[in-house]
Each structure stands twice: as structure tokens, then as C-alpha cells.
Design a protein around this ligand. Sequence first.
Ligand SMILES: [Zn+2]
Length: 372
Amino acid sequence: MQNNNTLTSPTLTDISADSFVQAYNLFVQQGDFISLTRQFEQGLAQTGRENNLNFNVKGAKVSLLDSGVLLVEPQSSATSDKPSKSIVISSGIHGNETAPIEIVQQIVGDIIAQKITLKHRTLFIMGNPVAMNIAKRFQTENLNRLFCGKHQDIAACFEKDRAEKLERYVSAFFNAGTENGEVTNYHYDLHTAIRNSKYEKFAIYPFQNGKPWDKEQLSFMASCGVNTILFGHGPSGTFSYYSSANFSAHAFTIELGKVRPFGENDMANFSAMTEQLTALVTDRELSLKTFANADFNLFTALGDITKVSENFKLYIDDSASNFTDYPVDTLLSTDTGQEYRTTQPGESIVFPNANVGNGQRAVLMVVPTTLS
Ligand SMILES: [Zn+2]
């Protein structure tokens, strides 16, 4: 018997519990990954391949590593068919960003229904089940600031624990991929934005520390309907940066439009993304247009407007869209003894937020750029 205390305190799910066994069997039959993930939001007590939660579908083995973490591996004996790609497709790192979760559901559902045959090792992730269940961006901490070990610096909470585990699953996934020989790593972390954007879909290309930006990857983004790219300007704690910096993965944080509740997304708006990710995991030919600057809105970071004191004032409307640009010499903020005026043609704002602590970024300023 459980007392009230243990009923209300968060617990990991014992995979031998009747309720789990039933839900898991239903998942194997019907492929509803969202439902399974939401039912066991705290995660599983027995995780990784050792939990033996796996089953076969046409041409692939499916393993549930934890709540919201599903490994699918092609099973082919032909050596010519060796998987040459390890692909992470993640969603729900912010729990209320439902469209990406529904994209992952669609691909996972198609694999389990045997409508498509997976050809490359793929790790599908629904990142924050607790936040999904409360329809919030996060419960205690913004999960997408906690990667690259930054989870070690904060107090105990669901997101701290989840970031540490997601790092472990992704790391084991990429490391196991290299056992097959030459493998290219990919990580597409799908989001939707809180605010409007002048360009509805955009991607953040993690800081490459001097490595060139990959034009074929930009062409792939364009084929997914994402032709606005913001080049990262420094290391960060995002999930995509984690995979890029540690596993040389081609990685992006992809913003697909505005946040909406489950069931209210117009999935047709995301069909290019879903189709191209499906093409990637099933090894269907990706017909990509050769990179041309004219097909893109490329931005590079100019710097931050940082809130220094309580006197900080931001002259950007709360509802201002990302990538709104201002004429040169526009006053954007004032603070104790200083002000910020635009200095460059096309200078634009991203992620404005006046409600930050002293010393934190209130706005990221960006300018248009091109690749040579
Ligand atoms: Zn997000």
C-alpha cells in the first residue's frame, strides 16, 4: 500500500508495474508516443537498453530508453546497407511547444505502423514530459539552458535531472554509432517561438568556433521551409550546441512558428519539415537546391543589450516581432549612464525581454550577413 505522501511525491515508474506494462503494450500496438510519454512524466526507474523494452518493426528495432526517449535502429544484414548517419530528432524541450512533439509523433507513428522503413539510427526525443502535462515552457528551469553540464550548477528539480539524463542518452547514442565505422551525426532540435517573428520559421546554427558554416545543411534547412538562419556567436547551454560541440553533429535549434496548444496546430504548415526529416531517416533522396545567399535571410550577432540596473528602460514594444529592424540611430534602451542606439543598416532585434535580472541579456542584436 502506498500512503498519500508517496502518491503525491514525484516517482520514477517501475517498468514491471501493471499500469506501465499495459500502456507499453498499447504503445507497441498503436504507436501513440505522446500518450505513453505523458503518462509516465517523471521517467522510468530502469532506463537504457538494459531495460529490454524493445520490439521489432519492418526493418528496424525500436527501444524505449526512458519516457520520451525512443531509439530506432535499422536491422539489415547487408553490409552495403550499413547506416552511415546517426540522427537525433528532439522536441518538447519546452513543454508547451506542441507542433514539434506532433512532428516526432507522426514519424514515430509511421515507423511503428510500418508505413515507412527506417534506414539510419535515429533517437527520437520528447524532452520535457512534466512541462508538456502542465502546458508550460518548463516547470522550474528552462531546460534549453542546462546542457553542456550547466545542469550541475542549479538546485534539484525535474529539469536538472532530465538534462543530465538526456545528455547521457545522446552521448551513448552518438558513441555507439561510431562503432559502425564512418558515421555523420545530426541533431535537429525542434521548437516553436513564444513571440511573433518577421520570418515565421528560423533556425539557430550553433557556434562553430571557427569551423565553416555548412552550406549543404543550410540547403537542407531551406528544403524544410526554414530559410532564416541566425549564426550562433558563442558557446551556450542549448541541446543543439551540446551535440554540435561534443559530437561534431550537424545541429540546429529550429523555430517553426508560434506556440499553440495540442491539436490546434495546422500540421500542413509543418509538412515540409516532417517530409524532409522522414526522407532523411528513411534515406530517400533529398533533392536540395545549391546554396545561394539570395534564397536566405542570414543574420549574425552584433551583441547584446544588457540590463545593468533597475533604471533600465527598453523602448521596444512587448509584442515586437523577432527580426524587426530599426533605422540607424534609433534609441532602443537607456540605463544608468548609458543608452543603446542602432549603428548598422538592417540592425534587428531577437528575443527581446525587459524582465530579466541585472547583468542579463534583454535583447540580442543581429545584422544581416552573407556567406562567401
Ligand atoms: Zn522552445
